[in-house]
Design a protein around this ligand. Structure first.
Ligand code: IDP
Ligand code: MG
Length: 168
């Protein structure tokens, strides 16, 4: 009896843990200026992902240089940082099963001309340097980006009432 209960509990908690993956998603300055914040948030909400952090801010160039550190050798780096610092962004953390990989699919290819229709970039933008949104490319980068953009107490821990209707 105890063993059965323990087995049920451990499968439940590993199931729960698998649904706790987090991704850093950001509406870039062009997305904010073009009134697409709600549309981008809506897609993650409708998919069943849980919003656990959200804030609007205008990031400094120093902050953005850290965020995009892995691209510092690229020719477009300076322009990228200038664009990203040019206005407010909306930084978010979304949580749920496989949210990093699925979030990237929802965003679409980096170059919007190669993003499939139905993806965010494929529906709302054209140029790679104005591609309206950011999403972490791995669980490891998500952790690094979340730490860079949010203080621990800005991230909410709560159960969404829809969880048993989203996950079996
Ligand atoms: P990602 O945003 O899809 O992860 P990355 O390769 O990490 O793509 O590039 C970060 C951002 O840098 C892109 O979203 C885009 O805004 C910008 N970027 C990437 N490649 C180019 C380019 O060739 N020209 C101008 N901007 C670029
Ligand atoms: Mg990237």
């Amino acid at each position: 009896m105890v063993a059965t209960l323990l087995a049920i509990f451990s499968s439940f908690s590993s199931e729960m843990a698998a649904n706790n993956e987090r991704s850093f998603i950001m509406v870039k300055p062009d997305g904010v200026q073009r009134g697409l914040v709600g549309e981008i948030m809506k897609r993650f909400e409708q998919r069943g992902y849980k919003l656990v952090a959200c804030k609007q801010m205008q990031a400094s160039k120093e902050h953005l240089e850290k965020h995009y550190a892995d691209l510092s050798s690229k020719g477009f780096f300076k322009g990228l940082v200038t664009y990203m610092a040019s206005g407010p962004v909306v930084a978010m953390v979304w949580e749920g099963k496989d949210v990093v990989k699925t979030g990237r699919k929802m965003l679409g290819a980096t170059n919007p001309l190669e993003s499939n229709p139905g993806t965010i970039r494929g529906d709302y933008c054209i140029d790679v340097g104005r591609n309206i949104c950011h999403g972490s490319d791995s669980v490891e980068s998500a952790k690094r980006e979340i730490d860079l953009w949010f203080k621990p107490d800005e991230i909410m821990n709560y159960s969404a009432c829809e969880a048993p209707w989203v996950y079996e």
